[in-house]
Design a protein around this ligand. Structure first.
Ligand SMILES: [Zn+2]
Length: 448
C-alpha cells in the first residue's frame, strides 16, 4: 500500500498545524490550526468574517492547496486537542472536505462552538466523538486509534493510523505525565505495544516544541504543589489577591479554585474565555466546581462582579482572570489600566500561573501589563507553571517505546528542529534517510 505524508502547516512555525496521511486511496487529516500571532499582529482583524485565501496569505491558517496533489479521498479530519493552533482553522477549511471531524468529546465541543461562531462559511461536516482507547475503520484496510496522552488541556490524544505497512503515530502535543491533576496518565503501555505489534511503527510525527530543553517536563502535580505553596504563604493577607492562567488549562483552573477555598476566599472566574472553557468542562462532567463558583464572561456582568467584590471586601475573593500574556483586551490588562471597578492597593498580590510565550509581541505586552500592575503597588508571583510539551528525555523515551522506522519533526521552525535532529541522530537516525526535516507544503513518500 502506498503511504505518503503531506506536511501542510506547522513545519515552519509553532501554530497552524496540519498534516495529511495517505494510505492507499484513503486520506486522514490531522489538525487544522490557526497561527494566532499572525492574526494579532494586525490591529482589529475579525477572522470570523474573513475568507480562507486571505487568511492563508496572512500565514494565519495552513495553505491546504497542496491537498489536491494527494490522490485519495479524505475520510476523516482529526484534531488532537482543543488548542487553537490545532483546531482554529477548522471553521475556514473543513467545509472543503466531504469528511467527518473525529475527536474526543471535549475537543468536539470546542470545535462545535467555533463552527457556530463562524460568519463566512457554512461548515456542515459531521462531528463524531471518539474517546481515548477507541478505534474506527478508515476504508477497508486502515484503522484509526486514539491513545490517551497528557497535555495542558484535558481530553488530549495522539491518533494512530494502523496500515498494512505499519502504524503512523501522530505525536502532537504532549508531555509524559504520570500524575495529571485531571484525567488518566499518558498511556505509555499502549505506545510500547504499538511499537512491537504487527509491522511496528512506520513513521512517527513528533512535537518538537521543547526538544531543545534538557531533562524531563515536570508533571502537572508539580505546578499544583508550587501553586499551593504560594497561596498558603499569603493565606493571612487581608487585601486583594488576583490569579491568572491559560483559560483552557482546566487542571490549573481547578487547582486555583480549590486553593482559593483552602485560604478562605471565594473563587470567581472572569473573562470571556474563562467562562467558555470552564463552563464547557463542567457541562461535560470533566470537573465539578463548588456550586458558588461564579463564571462571568460579558463585560457588564464582570464589572458588576468587581463592584460586588469591592463592596463585600477584596479579602473575601480570588478573581481568576484572563490576561496571563498581557493581551491588550484581557481582564488583567484592563485591571492594570484601572479600567475595571476593582482597585488594586499597595501590596496586593498578582499570581501568574503561566510562563510568557517567548516571542517579542508577548514579551512586550506582558512587560507593559506587569508594569501597570506594579505602578499600582501590586506584588507579582511569576512562572508558577510547567510546560505541556516533552523535553529531551521524553523524546528519547518515545523513540524507545515506538521504535519508528521514519521520524518527522513537527511543531517548530527550522531552528527549533535542530536539537531534535541531534537527539534522533544519537539514536541512529540519519537526516535524509529516515529522519525527515521538512517545510510547509511538502510530501514525504514513505512506501511507493
Ligand atoms: Zn497544544
Amino acid at each position: 500500500m502506498e503511504i505518503e505524508i503531506a506536511t501542510i502547516g506547522g513545519y515552519e512555525e509553532v501554530g497552524r498545524q496540519m498534516t495529511a496521511v495517505r494510505a492507499g486511496d484513503d486520506v486522514v487529516v490531522f489538525d487544522m490550526g490557526l497561527n494566532l500571532s499572525q492574526v494579532l499582529i494586525h490591529d482589529n482583524v475579525e477572522t470570523e468574517q474573513m475568507h480562507s485565501l486571505d487568511l492563508i496569505d496572512m500565514g494565519a491558517i495552513p495553505d491546504d492547496r497542496v491537498m489536491s496533489d494527494l490522490e485519495g479521498d479524505v475520510k476523516a479530519i482529526v484534531p488532537t486537542h482543543g488548542h487553537l493552533d490545532h483546531i482554529g482553522a477548522i471553521s475556514k477549511l473543513a467545509h472543503r472536505y466531504d469528511a467527518p471531524i473525529v475527536a474526543t468529546p471535549f475537543t468536539i465541543e470546542l470545535v462545535r462552538q467555533q463552527i457556530e461562531g463562524e460568519n463566512k462559511f457554512n461548515v456542515n461536516n459531521d462531528l463524531v466523538k471518539m474517546s481515548a482507547g477507541e478505534t474506527m475503520s478508515i476504508g477497508e484496510r486502515v484503522e484509526l486509534e486514539f491513545v490517551n496522552v497528557t497535555h495542558s488541556i484535558i481530553d488530549a490524544i495522539n491518533p494512530v493510523l494502523h496500515t498494512p505497512e505499519g502504524a503512523i503515530v501522530y505525536g502532537l502535543d504532549k508531555r509524559m505525565d504520570h500524575t495529571p491533576v485531571i484525567g488518566d496518565p499518558i498511556d505509555m503501555k499502549r505506545f510500547r505495544e504499538i511499537g512491537r505489534e504487527g509491522e511496528g511503527v512506520l513513521a512517527y510525527i513528533e512535537d518538537c516544541t521543547n526538544a531543545g530543553r534538557k531533562g524531563r517536563t515536570p508533571s502537572e502535580a508539580v505546578a499544583r504543589r508550587h501553586l499551593r505553596d504560594v497561596m498558603t504563604s499569603i493565606e493571612d493577607y487581608d487585601g486583594g489577591i488576583v490569579a491568572t492562567t491559560f483559560s483552557s488549562h482546566i487542571a490549573r483552573v481547578t487547582s486555583l479554585v480549590e486553593f482559593a477555598k483552602d485560604i478562605g476566599r471565594q473563587p470567581v472566574l472572569l473573562g470571556r474565555s474563562m467562562e467558555k472553557y470552564s463552563g464547557t468542562a463542567e457541562r461535560l462532567g470533566f470537573v465539578d466546581f463548588p456550586d458558588d463558583v461564579g463564571m462571568y464572561g460579558h463585560r457588564k456582568s464582570v464589572d458588576r462582579t468587581f463592584k460586588r467584590i469591592m463592596n463585600e471586601g477584596k479579602e473575601n475573593f480570588l478573581p481568576i482572570v484572563t490576561g496571563h500574556q498581557g493581551e491588550p483586551r484581557a481582564m488583567l490588562t484592563r485591571m492594570g489600566r484601572g479600567e475595571t471597578p476593582f482597585e488594586l492597593d499597595d501590596g496586593d498580590k498578582v499570581i501568574f500561573s503561566a510562563r510568557v510565550i517567548p516571542e517579542p509581541t508577548n514579551e512586550g505586552q506582558r512587560y507593559q501589563s506587569e508594569k501597570l500592575l506594579k505602578m499600582q503597588g501590586a506584588r507579582i508571583y511569576d512562572d508558577i507553571h510547567v510546560s505541556g510539551h516533552l523535553r529531551e528525555e521524553g523524546h528519547y523515551t518515545m523513540l524507545q517505546a515506538l521504535q519508528p522506522k521514519h521520524v518527522v519533526p513537527a511543531h517548530q521552525n527550522l531552528k527549533g528542529f535542530s536539537p531534535y535532529v541531534d537527539l534522533a541522530e544519537n539514536q541512529g537516525y540519519a537526516l535524509g534517510r529516515d529522519l525527515h526535516v521538512t517545510r510547509n507544503g511538502n510530501m514525504i513518500q514513505l512506501v511507493d
